[in-house]
Design a protein around this ligand. Sequence first.
Ligand SMILES: Nc1ncnc2c1ncn2[C@@H]1O[C@H](COP(=O)(O)OP(=O)(O)O)[C@@H](O)[C@H]1O
Ligand SMILES: [Mg+2]
Length: 389
Amino acid sequence: MTRRQSNPFRPGFNQAPVVFAGRVEVLDGAVEALEVAAYDARTPRPLILVGPRGVGKTVTLGEIATLAAEELSWPSVHVEAKAGGFLAELSLRLQKARQLLAGTVVAERPLGRTRVSGGKVEAKALGVGGAIEFQVDAADRAADLDVATALRQVMQVAAERGAGLLLTLDELQNASPDELNTLGALLQESVPLDWPLVVAVAALPSLRSNRGPRRLPTYLERAEWHELEALPAKDARQALVEPARQAGRPMTPEAADALLGIAGGYPYAIQVVGHFAWRASHDSAEITLVHAHAARPRIEADLEQLFTSRWEDASGREREYLRAAASAAQKHARPPTGGEVAAELGTTAKSVSYLRDRLLKKGTIYHDGAGRLHFITPGMGLWIGDLEH
Ligand SMILES: Nc1ncnc2c1ncn2[C@@H]1O[C@H](COP(=O)(O)OP(=O)(O)O)[C@@H](O)[C@H]1O
Ligand SMILES: [Mg+2]
């Protein structure tokens, strides 16, 4: 019997995968921005990654942070926007980054491999993870600098040390219009100063589509936008097959085909199918079709939880709208327009637009540039179609 090895799959959100597959275009864009900032002394346009939940926005930000650390020895500051505000937290983390760059917070490892993330400095020394906690003492909290000052100060120190800073902002669709405008104005003003600063943002598509007549700050409008979608077949296969191979329990091509048939290219689902197939194969030297089949019920139960939580979050009328959207999608064999969903409900688009808007706001659906409505969680439409009414 084979020794039980630890599971190389990472189902869940914000979990860096063992093998990060694809997204070459985004990473190339990030490398270019980092190089422009570091060597050409110009502040590049920000990168914005938008896409549904579970598509890999957060872990891609993490990859960009790793690139910044490995290629340039730059630290990064990561902050997640929350409905209750995030600028105060951003300010605090910028101050921590300044201390780190100035050497007043001593990292266990050379600066080259460190990353400021949350209250921690993670030492990214060639995969040897060590982390030291920041001492957030009373004096720090009392400092309470506004974010503009905090940014200016950290950039000054960075420039003096010949370093720079990567700023990663996650879940930016949660930011209030006021905070977004403050941040947009601040970053816009910094462009002519040619700071060695790269900004990478991640958000649900609603960052752009839910704003009604309000416009995004120009700084964000002019960003380099990347729409993250399901991984193409080749990358999806790599994300599934490689972790198992590297962990010493390879997957047969038939098993991979069956599992990819369930997951499609949806990165969250790829980790889920890999995770349960791994668990179903503990007494085997490889993962076979038998294990893939055995894992199926647990995979489906896991993916259903995502749909269920969205569904339970919807009111009775909103559920009717979602049902109509699912059946319109099936009828037209593509994501429907608002008008097509309304037709399914036997009414006008205008009379149900309030339902559409509420679901957009909740992040259950989004509309693309062509005005088509998509479920944010891939597969949810089919799942709704199968529900007992
Ligand atoms: N390029 C990728 N290769 C392999 N796994 C990935 C990739 N992108 C995302 N994942 C996995 O998908 C899941 C969701 O990623 P996450 O970044 O939390 O998504 P999002 O921020 O878009 O909601 C995680 O388990 C992560 O490990
Ligand atoms: Mg995320």
